[in-house]
Write a protein that binds this ligand. Structure first.
Ligand SMILES: [Zn+2]
Ligand SMILES: [Zn+2]
Length: 405
């Protein structure tokens, strides 16, 4: 029997709703989508889904191991234990999310979710593998309490799908649902940097925990989305690692163990705000924030479409793709994601990535089509590109950035 991973179709559903939201926002004359922001959001999501193909199984084994060896109880799947488990997962989620905002080492993973200055369905894709791993550590308490791993992963799906629908400005208030569910309105507050909205509405499905623990605020003034200090960059790597670098710098400068402990487990507000600027001077020099030309946009869109198509196939046919080909797909997509970020910032080193990507394709061809003609033409192609490297590089820059220097 054909063994397909149907999760792949959630990618299609996801794109469908983004398209729908885009059309609605255009129709109503409100533009909720900026090109660079949306592309950056999608790219973060592509990386997470991609690495998730490998990690999801690990989480299951981790839960299963804990359940079989250390469970203090054996809970049977009955309707009331499902309800209990749902309440438990949502409660743990609240605390995980709250601590992710209050503890530096956890914020380093969660900050990525909050960098976008837009608020639309593409923002829901801003999850990283580090975040998923941190969350699973919190959920590890459930198998210990006796919930079977099968039940837990089923609920993970609910917590994976529900939050998608609350990342939108196209839905207003939802009447009576506002009292007990986390609605788009509640989550808009959570993504805002307005003073009164900071560190509020952490809930995932139920808003009751926020009301219980005093972190609930109603949406009653227009939201300003994003971090309190905006990121100024769409670089794929910078978005993922800037806060880790800030922490490392603060840690190095801290005097004594108490101060160091505070860097890791203290509050994000206590990290010296100057550090970000100093790191930007080192890592983000020569960043151009000019709007992209039509050609650049097409180039980026084609690249993103190819990454998404590859991700779809890799997920759907997970059981059939040999390890070597998987390694190729992962490397290819990761290179493309860094590449897209670099083009958004008009970086010159983007050509080196293009070169690496070309060689990766050539190498993969050689491995999977070991024929003499393939070998000769790949070798000839690689040789020519390497020989004319600087000439091609110049032409590429002229073509993509319209720079004549
Ligand atoms: Zn958050
Ligand atoms: Zn969110």
């Amino acid at each position: 029997m054909l063994q397909l991973n149907w999760i792949a179709f959630s990618i299609a559903g996801f794109l469908f709703f983004i398209g729908l939201e885009y059309l609605i926002s255009r129709r109503t004359g409100k533009n909720y989508f900026q090109f660079a922001e949306s592309v950056a959001n999608l790219n973060i999501g592509i990386a997470e889904r991609l690495l998730d193909i490998f990690v999801t199984g690990l989480f299951y084994f981790f839960f299963d191991y804990l359940y079989r060896h250390y469970a203090i109880w054996q809970i049977e799947p009955k309707w009331y234990t499902w309800v209990l488990l749902f309440l438990a997962t949502d409660f743990i989620w609240y605390w995980y999310h709250r601590l992710a905002h209050e503890v530096n080492i956890l914020w380093a993973a969660h900050v990525v979710h909050h960098q976008s200055e837009d608020f639309n369905y593409t923002v829901s894709a801003r999850i990283t593998v580090f975040q998923a791993a941190a969350r699973s550590l919190f959920w590890a308490i459930l198998p210990l309490a006796g919930f079977p791993p099968g039940m837990i992963t089923a609920l993970l799906l609910v917590h994976g799908l529900y939050p998608f629908f609350i990342h939108t400005q196209t839905i207003g208030r939802l009447g009576v649902l506002e009292y007990f569910l986390v609605t788009p309105s509640h989550h808009r507050v959570h993504h805002s940097s307005n003073e009164k909205y900071l560190d509020k509405n952490y809930g995932d499905v139920l808003i009751i925990w926020d009301k219980m623990f005093g972190t609930f605020v109603k949406e009653d003034e227009p939201c300003v989305y994003g971090l309190t200090t905006p990121l100024k960059s769409h670089s794929f790597l910078w978005q993922q690692f800037h806060f880790m670098l800030e922490l490392a710098t603060a840690f190095r400068r801290a005097k004594g163990w108490r101060a160091r402990w505070k860097v890791i487990f203290g509050k994000p507000d206590d990290i010296d705000p100057e550090i970000r600027g100093q790191l930007e001077d080192v890592w983000l020099r020569k960043t151009h924030s000019r709007p992209q030309t039509l050609l650049q946009r097409i180039y980026i869109l084609v690249q993103t479409a190819i990454s998404i198509a590859l991700l779809f196939v890799a997920t759907l046919l997970e059981a059939y793709i040999p390890v070597g080909l998987n390694v190729f797909i992962v490397l290819f997509i990761l290179l493309s994601l860094v590449n897209t970020g670099a083009i958004l910032e008009q970086k010159k080193w983007v050509f080196y990535l293009e070169y690496a990507r070309m060689m990766l394709i050539a190498g993969t061809f050689l491995i999977y089509f070991p024929h003499l003609y393939v070998f000769a033409s790949v070798l000839l192609f690689a040789g020519l590109v390497t020989y004319y490297f600087s000439r091609i590089e110049k032409t590429f820059h002229r073509w993509l950035y319209q720079r004549y220097r």
